[in-house]
Design a protein around this ligand. Sequence first.
Ligand SMILES: C[S@@+](CC[C@H](N)C(=O)[O-])C[C@H]1O[C@@H](n2cnc3c(N)ncnc32)[C@H](O)[C@@H]1O
Length: 234
Amino acid sequence: MRIDVMTLFPGMFPGVFGESIIKRASEKGLLDIQLTNIRDYARNKHDNVDDSPYGGGPGMVLMCQPIFDAVEAVCSQGQTVDEIVLLTPQGRPLDQQLAQELSQKKRIMLIAGHYEGFDERIRTNLATMEVSVGDYILSGGEIAAMVVVDAVTRLIPGVLGDEQSNVDESFSENLLEYPHYTRPADFRGLHVPDVLLSGNHAMIDQWRREQAHKRTQERRPDIRPGNMNNNETR
Ligand SMILES: C[S@@+](CC[C@H](N)C(=O)[O-])C[C@H]1O[C@@H](n2cnc3c(N)ncnc32)[C@H](O)[C@@H]1O
């Protein structure tokens, strides 16, 4: 999968993309991340990419020209871009379902905003979708882009060593995951539940299922357990 990230701050990414699962996915050739500095496409004397808003008001707005030019130039290289994603707090909330959908694309592009955000014509005439990483305001779309890349990368077949890890994980079946324990069995008098030490795998599976349902009900009653691709039938 190829992911293009369009940003004004490419220096923010190498740390996150150069470690752990994203690094391994890139090394295995399963992920190709390309960073583009939007400012490289500015066409004025001071390389400005933003201007004050029509109608007045605080802050600066990202201009159409550098972003349209950058996106068009990058899209013209290589395979077709399946989705041009604008990162914005007004977008579709990122969840496991959306990460799953994006992980099935061959190539996506993420556009990180800054300042007051984008000129509206970027949203209406360039982006194919808008994604939010939560109901709060970040200073820029870079961290949001990292979140999307991370959530999507884990779902690319072959990226995680043990494919089961995606199946068990929270949200994979609209259920929060059951609790985990590791050695020692007794830490300062805090004991691991007996069932996990029993060696009886049927009982362990049953306990984990019950715990997952209990947790989901207690913490996220808004989630309806079941297959996340098929909520309506459950
Ligand atoms: C300071 S924010 C602009 C917020 C904008 N004025 C608004 O109220 O919708 C600057 C940029 O950060 C990114 N951003 C901020 N919060 C985000 C969120 N929750 N999800 C995705 N991107 C976000 C977007 O790219 C946005 O253009």
